[in-house]
Write a protein that binds this ligand. Sequence first.
Ligand code: GUN
Ligand code: ZN
Length: 425
Amino acid sequence: MQAYRASLLHFTDDPLRNPDGTHWHEDGLLIVNDGHVQAAGDYQQLKSTLPDHVVVEHFPGKIITPGFIDTHIHYPQTDIIASPAPGLLPWLEQYTFPAERQFENPLHAQEVANFFLDELLRCGTTTAMVYCTVHPASVDAFFEASAARNLRMVAGKVLMDRNCPEFLRDTAEGGIRDSETLIKKWHKHGRQLYAITPRFAPTSSPAQMQLAGELARAYPDTFIQTHVAENRDECAWARSLFPEARSYLDIYDRYGLMRERAMFAHCIWLNDEDRARMAATRSAVALCPTSNLFLGSGLFNFQRAEAQNVPLSLATDVGGGTSFSMLQTMNAAYKVARMGGTYLPATKMFYLATLGGARSMQLEGYIGNFVTGAEADFILLDPQATPLLKRRTASCNSLEELLFALALLGDDRSIAATYAAGVCV
Ligand code: GUN
Ligand code: ZN
């Protein structure tokens, strides 16, 4: 058993829908047993429940909060982060596809996977939904590195059998066969979870989309991840390839790819009917604001998504995204929301980066907060990590102001430590 004393923040509900959803303990205690949360609350109330032999680790001035959940990121794009291009499609051609080609070499995949996971942990992210490449060995390399750190990760082999370079192409049947082999090998192997991963509708043939939907039905507890409605050119392209569909999102719907545990990156150019389908099927949005700003894709409509009860989560989308840090991602999300006339409180942003992500992935109770029995993935936030943060947070008068300063000014430097399943990683 371990016990950690510091300020403590977590959520049991959306703070904008339920004022009792935010749990803040100025002097808090987190008790961990066998990698799981035993209790979380006020230090003064909980200390008497500790057995005598347990030494409390005290971190005065720090904040214990659940590890961040990044619901959309590409590990093979680590090395092309911050590569300039005029928009999504040229960026894919010029940088992304050549970078992904290198993952035909398993040694390269291993090296990048290890760096990538260490970088995520440095930034306080303990769970992510991760794209690998078209190569099955890129998935093995990723899950091996994740299992070695005992992380709760979701990942999958990219499916793409058309409209991409020859060197990155699978076949409709071959890609699905490889995915099924990987599901059997990795899904629920320790903390690892598999996501069926059609890159996006333009790079999968109707036959591959059909088979992906059948695979998703055959393995209903796997995840699904893809991109949708990111960029106007991409939307027009997708519609021209599937003219029978009502909308870009509807392509996925027709092939049975909208369901619980399905994660759709971007969702910028959706209409109300699309959003209603997201809500009805419990499919989730991975909102990627640093990527959307960087690639000039557009501004996500918070107002309509919230009004229509669309499951919402936050994501970096590295390498289209410009930071691994979920704090930097909150900074961008706040500004995107402002541009659309929505005010996004800091408590809501921290909710989205923790419990909101877990709920979008149907993993509430496992990760994302400190309910009893949850997996002990947590971080120590340092509100004094930089001279400017220290100066600014010294005069904060409320939890909201403190979290807001961390979201706007914080980055990897604000993460003092990261724990996965109760172990400092
Ligand atoms: N759409 C299809 N592939 C990609 C990708 O790798 N990154 C982003 N941002 N969008 C995509
Ligand atoms: Zn992406």
